[in-house]
Write a protein that binds this ligand. Sequence first.
Ligand SMILES: [Zn+2]
Length: 393
Amino acid sequence: MEIIIIGRKLKAILCGHGKIGRVRKAAIMWQTPSDAERCPKVFDLEVFLMSGIITFQETHPSIESYWRSIILFGRNVASYKFALAASLLEIVPTGKTIVTLDDLSEPFSRHLCEHLLNAPKQSTSQTSQFLDSCRSYNRNEISKEELLGVTVQKGFNNVIDAFHIVNEGAIPIRFFEKDYSKGDKRIILTDEIFKLQSMQFYDNLSNEAHARWNLVETAWELGVSRSLITVNYDGQSETLFVNEALRRKTVTSARDALNGYQKGKCFYCFRDIAVNENTENGCDVDHFYPHVLKAVSSKLNIDGIWNLVLACPQCNRGIEGKFARVPATKYLSRLQKRNEFLISSHHPLRETLVAQTGASEQDRASYIREIDKLAINALIHRWETKPEGKEVF
Ligand SMILES: [Zn+2]
């Protein structure tokens, strides 16, 4: 197996909204020489990743969309951004606006230590003194005080500056400002981050951050350069899993992983949904093309992530609910758009969606059209519902 890196020069792209997205580098790593022959298509995909993120932010330029773009679309080299996000989400409800690195060190290192227990690889680089200290703490070799000391010294070196960068550029709003001018290094939380708190299901954001973190660390663990990872769905436990050396490894809850890419709304009616299924408006994991189609053809990948959406209980199984009907054709383009958001995230959802539905946007659109034909022939009836909220994707 050979890895070829192809670099191309491209200065800017134009998305559907006429906005310019900068592309500073578009280097693509190939698994095999035959993959390299697909270069033009996958190169288009790489460019599309940028426009996908811009579309995500601009179809609904809300504070949540910007927050989610940081968590869901970042090109990560270490999981510090997730740890900082999870820490900030914890601090916001306390109302504190001036947060020193001392204050941050406890939640930040705690989240990293917890994730290290399940996934030893938390960075793409070989060594990190900070992560080594977290590992030592997990082995009871150093005290909490020592860990917090190292965290303040070494834990925040890049993440404070990099937090608002999504791929190559900073998002237009800031959730905190850095203030290292005083003796105490600190960040000042802005009104923007407190506005997040007023969204109906604020708790979803923490679940989304941890789900995205779980997916990214799993990809590092398995080594994306060695194998194309496919993330699978287990309908019984409603979790996502990967196969690692013939062993099934549960990665995260399907609800937590998918919610952000739908902006926390029901796929069909745009009601706000909760990822905790036991609360009011707790969502269902719905098969866009109904589960019963499995009996029609074993070739249809009905449990593929491309076909899983989150729906409110009313749409899925309420009076006038969808049940085993085929969604109206107007929902097809919405499914494609949601899937392009999954592709715009970096590994492993992107690899999964490309493997399941095709390497180019056209391939993926025709894949869904083919399944749609089979589905309506078998199930006859289409279903639709009226919107309960603003169309946000
Ligand atoms: Zn609904």
